[in-house]
Design a protein around this ligand. Structure first.
Ligand SMILES: Nc1ncnc2c1ncn2[C@@H]1O[C@H](COP(=O)(O)OP(=O)(O)OP(=O)(O)O)[C@@H](O)[C@H]1O
Ligand SMILES: [Mg+2]
Length: 533
């Protein structure tokens, strides 16, 4: 039993009564109107699958009625009922593609077959519309897969929207979350000065209110908006939010200035679906750019790390060459000389030479100790992390006069040597920086741990500095201490933040996972900071 709804309007009561009875008998839901005014009112209120309109009502324009009906149901079909003389003369109402003509007077059979034909046409239209909706969706989805450059993606989106809604103007606005303003990132049909100067606050104007409410808007009639430009009134506009997981990230606008006719519900539906796909594509491209930037930072860090490692090797080699190696050569010379003197029974001189060699070897051991300390502070193995930090802080206090203390709420029993070394080196560099740059009178180091992370905070009450300016790059001083701290944290899957401290000074926070993958082997100690930091 068909359930379609039919609106019949004609000024001949007998025609209406016959058609209504016949269609109701066939199971259709029928609403009748006897004037153009009544019909327009009903069509604006209720959705119909088929509109049957007589063409002799003085106050009815059948084309306007069909359009009114399609604003609620874009797939509504239409049949124009005309008298036989019109039909015989080949009368065709305007836009015949979507309307059928039924000549009056008509019998039940004619009526039935025309209605069936009209509804079949409606089904075909629905299918075409569905395909029309799917095609751009497919395109946007393909763009999602292939276009990862944001600016090119923006252009692609406005092009697709323009084509699919047949709009005169399309613009894509992106929301800046920090300033809560929308600005146009891509547009077609809009004057350049409007594109570059338009900035809408959330909540203001059409786009601003759509961004605030998250609800799409379809406006027909004169639309007063900045997109219009001088002397070109907008007659119809659609504005839909770009949303990702319920969060508005921008707005898609499309408007008509010259085309006769207005956007329909189906244009709105189409743009809403497109906006959903576009928003996902934009979010993906943003994520891709973020990953790209992170990759570049990682590559830079890795480069710095390798360079520092190389410099460190060179430094150790030079130090061994200049001190230990020279001393050993000298010691060996004196022991040889001692042996020769012994062979000649010159015991006093032989003893002097041996004592000299012993002194040199003593010096050599001291030098070696210094080098080893730089590589892996013996205090770490002798006193443990907390003890080693306390020893450092004591030295720092004595040398700088800065009041400094170590607070340790809880520390896990067993930290890996690499974790201890990373914490030790980061604190060491933070203290060095306070000493060299901060002009502080007070500083504090605190260590804490929870089920998943170890957190180390170092703050000072000094003059602070522009953290953003030194981020990711070498500082103006050419120093790489901060960069080294970050790369040490990242080495263990952790994170390092440096920020201004409330009340003045600087706050450095190192966070490393408790079960950090020691991606350096436990046997190989991380290289000492050497000349940097
Ligand atoms: N606690 C701090 N207070 C004030 N300024 C700081 C502080 N820490 C770092 N800075 C600023 O940040 C810059 C970068 O620090 P970084 O440790 O990277 O380099 P450096 O200390 O100048 O040289 P290096 O560490 O290689 O010996 C410093 O030159 C300094 O201007
Ligand atoms: Mg430094």
């Amino acid at each position: 039993m068909p359930q379609e709804r039919v609106l019949i309007v004609d000024n001949e009561r007998s025609v209406i009564a016959m058609a209504a009875d016949a269609l109701r008998a066939l199971g259709y839901a029928v609403v009748v109107a006897e004037s153009g005014e009544d019909a327009m009112a009903v069509a604006g209120r209720e959705s119909f699958d088929l509109v049957m309109a007589g063409d002799t009502l003085p106050d009815l324009d059948p084309a306007a009625l069909v359009q009114q009906s399609r604003s609620l149901n874009p797939n509504a079909s239409a049949v124009i009922m005309t008298d036989r003389s019109n039909a015989a003369a080949g009368f065709k109402p305007t836009s015949t593609a979507s309307r059928l003509v039924l000549a009056k007077p008509f019998g039940e059979d004619d009526l039935k077959s025309t209605v069936l034909q009209a509804l079949e046409k409606r089904d075909v239209t629905t299918e075409v519309l569905r395909l029309r909706t799917l095609m751009p969706l497919f395109e946007v989805s393909s763009a999602l897969m292939s276009e990862v450059k944001l600016d090119r993606l923006f252009d692609l989106i406005v092009d697709i929207v323009k084509r699919e809604t047949n709009a005169d103007r399309v613009s894509l606005m992106v929301l800046d979350e920090s300033s809560q303003h929308l600005s146009i990132e891509a547009a077609v049909g809009l004057p350049g000065e409007i594109v570059s100067s338009t900035r809408a606050a959330v909540g203001q104007g059409i786009a601003g209110s759509v961004a605030q409410s998250g609800e799409a808007l379809l406006l027909n009639g004169a639309v007063n908006h900045a997109w219009a430009g001088e002397g070109e009134p907008i007659t119809s506009a659609i504005c839909v939010p770009l949303k990702v997981k319920g969060r508005v990230i921008g707005v898609l606008n499309s408007s008509n200035i010259v085309r006769q006719g207005s956007f329909t519900r189906s244009d709105l539906d189409m743009m809403t679906i497109l906006a959903g796909q576009a928003a996902i594509a934009i979010e993906n491209a943003r994520l891709f750019e973020e990953v790209d930037a992170k990759q570049a930072t990682l590559e830079q860090l890795l480069g710095e790390l390798l360079r520092a490692q190389e410099e460190e090797r060179q430094r150790i080699s030079t130090e061994i060459h200049d001190s230990v190696a020279q001393l050993m050569v000298s010691a060996s010379y004196h022991t040889q000389s001692s042996s020769a003197l012994l062979a000649q029974s010159k015991f006093d001189r032989a003893r002097d030479e041996a004592e000299f060699a012993t002194k040199i070897i003593g010096k050599c051991v001291k030098e070696l100790r210094g080098i080893v300390t730089e590589l892996y502070p013996p205090a770490l193995s002798e006193l443990g992390l907390l003890g080693a930090l306390q020893e450092n802080v004591e030295y720092f206090r004595r040398e700088t006069g800065v009041a400094c203390r170590v607070l340790s709420a809880t520390l896990p029993e067993q930290l890996s040597p690499v974790q201890e070394m990373v914490i030790y080196r980061v604190v060491q560099e933070a203290l060095n920086n306070i000493w060299k740059h901060a002009q502080a009178t007070e500083a504090q180091i605190s260590l804490d741990t929870n089920a998943s992370e170890i957190t180390v905070e170092i703050w000072d009450n000094g003059k602070g500095f522009d953290v953003g300016g030194t981020r990711r790059t070498k500082s103006q001083s050419g120093g790489v201490g901060l960069l080294n701290m970050r790369s040490r944290a990242q080495m263990l899957g952790g994170n390092l933040t440096i920020e201004p401290r409330t009340g003045g000074g600087t706050r450095v926070v190192l966070t490393i996972p408790r079960s950090s993958p020691d991606n350096l082997s436990r046997n190989s100690q991380p290289s000492a900071k050497g000349g940097v930091g």
